[in-house]
Design a protein around this ligand. Structure first.
Ligand code: C5P
Length: 236
């Protein structure tokens, strides 16, 4: 029996030291960790390897978006690094996503491959400006279905999108949801938030949680509180 933590703690730190300071007090049985563009650009693959040596599954959140061959090679490199999850932009198109999937399918260790659909920072006017018609929700749904048909394992989506997506995709298609705040928590710059228990109840597979854990006085206790309210058997 393997532990399958639902919480992915976003290590949004400017240095490896700061990331390790937190990682050393967290428990890999209670969470995974996410390494994004800032931390990876500063600290690189060595940091990812060190986090894995501490026992953490790493979501490498670099959102690859390039021609199929380049994206596939980047995903292959991520697989060889041993990460648990890696992502690409669905707007790179079917051939790019299929090439990425084929590259990791061949790897000895296969990470989960998920897609970003529409960046939640874009509103309808900005979408139209880049030539995408329809509202953001329609675009999210269309791109998620495209990602699923290209053989990807899931998408990143906002809590607001989970219900519609759950109706459109297979049960085992992972929905990875940021914008999660424990009841009474500080929203910060997040506009569309949901509680961890609601996100899971609505159909999220994994929750990306940053500041509610990283800025907590006792991060391990904050994490334990979230896991307690999710109240599901975190085993696979
Ligand atoms: O601190 P907070 O819980 O808001 O952190 C959320 C994390 O999820 C950050 O790493 C942020 O970049 C990421 N994220 C997000 N909204 C998206 C996509 C990713 O907040 N739509």
């Amino acid at each position: 029996m393997t532990v399958d933590p639902k919480i992915i703690v976003a290590l949004d730190f400017p240095s490896a030291d700061a990331a390790f300071h937190l990682a050393n007090v967290l428990d890999p049985a209670q969470c995974r960790v996410k390494v994004g563009k800032e931390l990876f650009t500063r600290a690189g693959p060595v940091l990812v390897e060190q986090l894995q040596q501490l026992g953490f599954d790493v979501f490498l959140d670099l959102k690859y978006h390039d021609i199929p061959n380049t994206t596939a090679q980047a995903c292959r490199a991520a697989a060889e690094l041993g990460v648990w999850m890696v992502n690409v932009h669905a707007l790179g198109g079917r051939r790019m996503m299929e090439a990425a999937r084929e590259a990791i399918d061949k790897a000895a260790h296969r990470p989960l491959l998920i897609a970003v659909t529409i960046l939640t920072s874009l509103d309808a006017d900005e979408l139209h400006e880049v030539g995408l018609s329809g509202n953001p929700e329609d675009n999210v749904l269309r791109l998620a279905c495209l990602a699923e048909s290209a053989g990807l394992d899931g998408v990143v989506c906002s809590p607001r999108e989970v219900v519609a997506l759950r109706e459109a995709v297979a049960d085992n298609f992972r929905l990875v949801t940021p914008g999660v705040r424990p009841a009474g928590g500080v929203a910060g710059d997040q506009k569309r938030i949901t509680t961890p228990e609601d996100a899971i109840r609505l159909g999220s597979s994994y929750l990306v949680v940053g500041r509610p854990v990283t800025q907590a006085e006792d991060p391990l206790a904050a994490l334990a509180d979230i896991n307690a309210v999710i109240d599901i058997k975190q085993v696979r």
